[in-house]
Write a protein that binds this ligand. Structure first.
Ligand code: AMP
Ligand code: MG
Length: 423
């Protein structure tokens, strides 16, 4: 692939961006969506909260029992074998009468503690007698098995902050305070397309046979699932031929009312790579050489819309593993910022033992596909090629290997599980 402008002094090329620098540029360039909509809490999974939420109630709203058993006055049971009159039966949802001295109330998990009672004895430590009494064979400390009003949440407390991505946990918490709907930022609208004359959709090969020179458009499947995991609304423009005109036309259509355009392939500077001139003609572009392997070239820019606005543009490399890893490392945090997530947590890496040798250092920051073995160490997939998708299915995650670093068995390396990079 010949460079457009031949560079007679390769050594004088600007240095490659480090991973950290590329992330900082993306972060600085991000503009979060601002439109707010109200959605049912039941339908808010994965959305980003637009406003802080406070609780209007104590949770629990009243003292209640954590066990099936008997509500008692602890002082009545101090002997360790007290016989008390069973004066009430209180199921969850019922409100019992105040408990008199010398009495016990049969009580079931979640039911309100009656006034006067200060402990619950679990039913396994009690024996119901035929005469309407119960023998309590345990001397409970005051407060035993009682969940206190407000022990989880106090009325007035902020329970969730603006910019939080709502997961199962956050939705349950919001619902526990009675919130039936939530203000969230609108979904990010992401347009995608896939450049390459060699691309064929699975199921669409003529006669069911992949033509010579053709490959299946696997990036479409990977990228769409990645975007779905992040809760994006996807506009898919499919396969685009390797011509400047088609690439420009599709860019304009993709800008439409979308926030971000992501493409795959065509980001090198070969004769068949039209992304760079197309984006430059329809907006503006930075072509970054990032000191990362796989996935060195990354195109970042903007495409003008019909109005004065523009859509962000990211061009991923075509090689499937490069494309996936570039998305995980760079696009995911950028999307989180566009979605309005406050301070997206960086993907965590864990110190783990290498059970393999990696004797050939690279000047780039490598992300190696690895798996956790039964001995609690890491093993490498033998083929680390940027087109070998099998490595990403076999692996549990990526080893973040700094530039210039060799690895010997027993070395401690940084491991990022895929789970950190997917949502
Ligand atoms: P490119 O970045 O267009 O030069 O493509 C680099 C490599 O990735 C080539 O081997 C392409 O055939 C392959 N490739 C490009 N796009 C896709 C795609 N959508 N799915 C799978 N492989 C692709
Ligand atoms: Mg191509």
């Amino acid at each position: 692939m010949a460079a457009e402008t031949p560079n007679p002094h390769p050594a004088s090329r600007p240095p490659m961006l480090s991973v950290r620098e590329a992330l900082a540029f993306l972060d600085a360039g991000a503009r979060a969506v601002v439109d707010v909509e109200t959605v049912a809490t039941l339908a808010a999974n994965g959305r980003v909260l637009a406003l802080d939420q406070a609780s209007t109630i104590d949770v629990p709203s009243a003292d209640n029992t954590q066990m099936d058993g008997y509500a008692v006055r602890a002082a009545d049971c101090a002997s360790g074998s007290a016989r008390l009159k069973v004066s009430a039966r209180i199921a969850a949802g019922q409100v019992g009468q105040p408990l008199a001295a010398g009495c016990a109330a049969r009580i079931f998990t979640g039911a309100m503690i009656p006034a006067g009672a200060d402990a619950v004895v679990m039913q396994e430590q009690c024996k119901a007698n035929d005469d309407g009494t119960v023998t309590v064979r345990h001397a409970p400390p005051a407060g035993q098995w009682i969940r206190r009003a407000g022990e989880d949440i106090r009325a007035g407390a902020t329970i969730l902050s603006a910019g939080t991505r709502l997961r199962s946990q956050e939705l349950g918490l919001a619902a526990s305070t009675g919130l039936a709907s939530l203000p969230v930022l609108r979904r990010l609208r992401v347009a995608v397309f896939f450049t390459g004359d060699e691309l064929t959709m699975p199921g669409e090969a003529p006669g069911g046979v992949l033509a010579a020179g053709a490959i299946y458009n696997s990036n479409r499947f990977t990228l769409r699932a990645l975007l779905e995991n992040l809760g994006c609304q996807i506009a898919d423009f499919g396969i685009v031929p390797d011509t400047l005109a088609a690439t420009r036309d599709t860019l304009r259509a993709a800008a439409g009312d979308n926030d971000l355009i992501i493409t795959s392939g065509g980001v090198s500077v070969g004769e068949e790579d039209h992304i760079k001139p197309a984006v430059e003609a329809e907006g503006r572009l930075n072509m970054w050489q990032i000191a990362v392997k796989p996935g060195k070239p990354l195109a970042f820019g903007e495409v003008h819309k019909a109005d004065a606005a523009s859509a962000f543009f990211i061009g991923l490399p075509g090689n499937p593993v490069s494309s996936l890893i570039t998305f995980m490392l760079f696009v995911r945090p950028f999307i989180l910022r566009l979605q309005g997530v406050q301070q997206p947590a960086p993907a965590r890496s864990f110190a783990m033992r290498a059970d393999f040798a990696w004797p050939q250092a690279d000047r780039r920051n490598e992300f190696l596909r690895a798996r956790i073995n039964d001995a609690g160490g890491l093993e490498l997939f033998p083929n680390q090629g940027s087109g070998v998708l099998t490595s990403t299915v076999w692996g549990d995650g990526l080893i973040d290997n700094p530039p210039g670093q060799t690895i010997a068995p027993g070395d401690i390396v940084r491991f990022i599980p895929f789970s950190e990079l997917l949502h």
